[in-house]
Design a protein around this ligand. Structure first.
Ligand code: ADP
Length: 531
């Protein structure tokens, strides 16, 4: 096997050889050298000197294995390269090589066997490129990709997933596992609608989101999504379209955050704010109502004071007249001249006035008693027949003055346990009202027993009560039909109902204007709890 003639010897080659030598020599970016079949270096160009640091005089005649690292030498890599190049006609690789100064560089080497025209193996050519910078860049890139991948995979608070162009999951990180509950192996390859509620799927939300991300580059929203176990979470979602170099969309990244807690807190705040608003509104309404009631109460009180003073004054006038007349007779010493009849009339007028005054004051006292909850009952056996007959007797003159006749219909004896004085007051109130408002027409009183109740009704054919006033007449100071012509404080029915309530009884009224009224009292014969 002939050796390659060293290119340093001149004159033995033709013009093409010389040109070729000059060309090879001048190449600076590639180390190009020839070796004989044993790997001994035969030629050395400028690029080789620049890249590997040896001058041609230092290296020609040396074995090329001196560029290799200790591990490569140990596994006899240089010999392997020569053998492989010879066997396959070419050997190319990338690997670490050593410069003259001992530093290493990343080399791309191409080794070719050389043959003469007769096919005799002459040796090898070797072209080496220094790719250290590219290698470093690649490594930096790889490292940064590795870190990015680690970060992507390690992020726990965000579900970061990649979707292909059709919306199928292609990668899955720890956050996605934690938030959505699926292992990567369960979800990769699945269409991402798996995270959506049935309603959203029906509405075509998944397709809409991807279409939006394709058209505008991104899609962002907050909505309910599903975990593997079927529970919902409130998610903040950002989908970004991923484009390759030429702008073609190749998939999507989807970053999801579970913000259920924040949503709950916000909802709670909103709710309590709404509740607060509602309560303020309710309070305002209640205050407005209370204010209106207060205004009406003040107005009613003022009206009452004016009525009360008028009512109290009415019986006082005849009383004063009678007293003044008596005093004048005393002064004139003419008392003896008064006839018995005159004296009787004077006494009657005085007594009636005093009775009226007493009754007015009693009513006022009763109201204040009721208001302070001091209305107490003294129960005793009582015959309502006797009581009513006694009242009719007592009110004989009032009945006759009223112009109405009173008929008492008693079909049976009704005896019960009541506070007799208070029931007397009730019956007197109802009787005097029938007379006051009865238009001089007949009044009918009926007394019956219905099971364990005494039922007493007062029926008159008087002026009646209009429907609007009817529900109010049992209230304090309420007087129906603007009763300016008939005296009264508007307290009788109020006190009446309070007494009946205290007996656990009822009082009802039916009335028609111009037809008359029926007041019906129903009293338990035995007080509640004492049956
Ligand atoms: P007063 O008679 O002093 O006004 P009451 O409380 O006894 O007060 O009655 C309240 C109102 O009920 C009366 O002002 C009157 O308008 C109406 N009323 C009561 N009884 C009758 C009746 N038998 N017929 C018509 N109106 C009546």
């Amino acid at each position: 096997m002939a050796d390659i003639p060293p290119t340093t010897s001149s004159g033995t080659h033709d013009v093409n050889d010389v040109k070729f030598k000059l060309l090879v020599d001048s190449v600076k970016d590639y180390a190009i050298f020839f070796m004989n079949s044993n790997g001994i270096i035969q030629s050395w160009n400028t690029g080789a000197e620049r890249i590997q640091g040896y001058k041609s005089s230092e290296i020609i005649g040396k074995h090329f294995s001196q560029f290799y690292t200790a591990p490569d030498l140990e596994k006899k890599h240089p010999e392997y390269e020569l053998k492989t190049a010879l066997e396959f006609g070419r050997y190319e690789e990338e690997g670490w090589r050593i410069r003259k100064d001992g530093t290493t560089f990343w080399a791309n080497t191409v080794l070719n066997p050389l043959f003469d025209l007769n096919g005799h193996h002459l040796g090898f050519s070797k072209v080496t490129r220094d790719l250290t910078e590219r290698k470093k860049t690649e490594e930096r890139l790889r490292e940064s990709e590795r870190r990015a991948r680690l970060m992507f995979e390690g992020v726990k608070d965000y579900a970061m997933i990649m979707l292909d162009i059709n919306g199928c999951v292609t990668s899955w990180n720890e956050g996605a596992r934690r938030i959505k509950g699926y292992e990567a192996s369960e979800i990769i390859g699945k269409y991402y609608s798996i995270f959506f509620t049935e309603q959203d799927i029906q509405m075509g939300k998944c397709e809409y989101e991807l279409k939006e991300a394709m058209e505008t580059g991104r899609y962002e929203e907050e909505s309910w999504l599903l975990r593997k176990d079927g529970t919902r979470f409130w998610a903040s979602v950002l989908i970004t379209a991923i484009r390759e170099k030429h702008g073609k969309i190749v998939g999507f990244s989807k970053v999801t955050r579970d913000i259920t807690d924040r949503k709950r807190a916000e909802d709670l705040l909103k709710m309590s704010y709404t509740n607060l608003e509602k309560r303020v509104e309710e309070r305002t309404l209640a205050l407005r109502k209370a204010n209106e009631q207060l205004r009406i109460a003040v107005q009613t009180r003022d009206e009452f004071l004016s009525i009360a003073s008028h009512e109290l004054r009415t019986p006082m006038t005849p009383l004063k007249l009678q007293i003044q007349s008596l005093i004048s007779h005393i002064h004139k010493k003419t008392l003896g001249g008064l006839t018995e009849d005159r004296l009787k009339r004077m006494a009657d007028t005085t007594e009636r006035s005093l009775t009226r005054l007493t009754s007015l004051v009693d009513n006022l006292l009763d109201v204040s008693r009721i208001n302070s909850g001091k209305l107490t009952l003294n129960y005793e056996d009582c015959s309502l027949n006797e009581l009513l007959n006694e009242i009719l007797e007592r009110f004989k003159s009032e009945i006759s003055i009223s112009g109405s006749s009173v008929q008492f219909l008693e079909t049976q004896r009704v005896i019960g346990v009541f506070d007799q004085l208070r029931i007397d007051q009730v019956l007197v109130n109802l009787l005097t009202n029938s007379l006051k408002y009865g238009n001089k027409k007949p009044v009918e009183i009926t007394l019956t027993q219905q099971e364990n109740f005494a039922v007493i009704s007062f029926k008159d054919k008087g002026k009646g009560i209009d429907a609007e006033s009817l529900p109010l007449i049992f209230e304090k100071f309420e007087r129906a039909n603007a009763q300016a012509d008939i005296s009264g404080l508007g307290l009788g029915l109020y006190i009446t109902r309070q007494i009946i309530d205290a007996h656990h009884g009822t009082i009802t009224v039916s009335s028609d204007v111009g037809v008359g009224s029926v007041f019906t009292v129903k009293l338990p014969l035995v007080p509640k709890g004492q049956a």
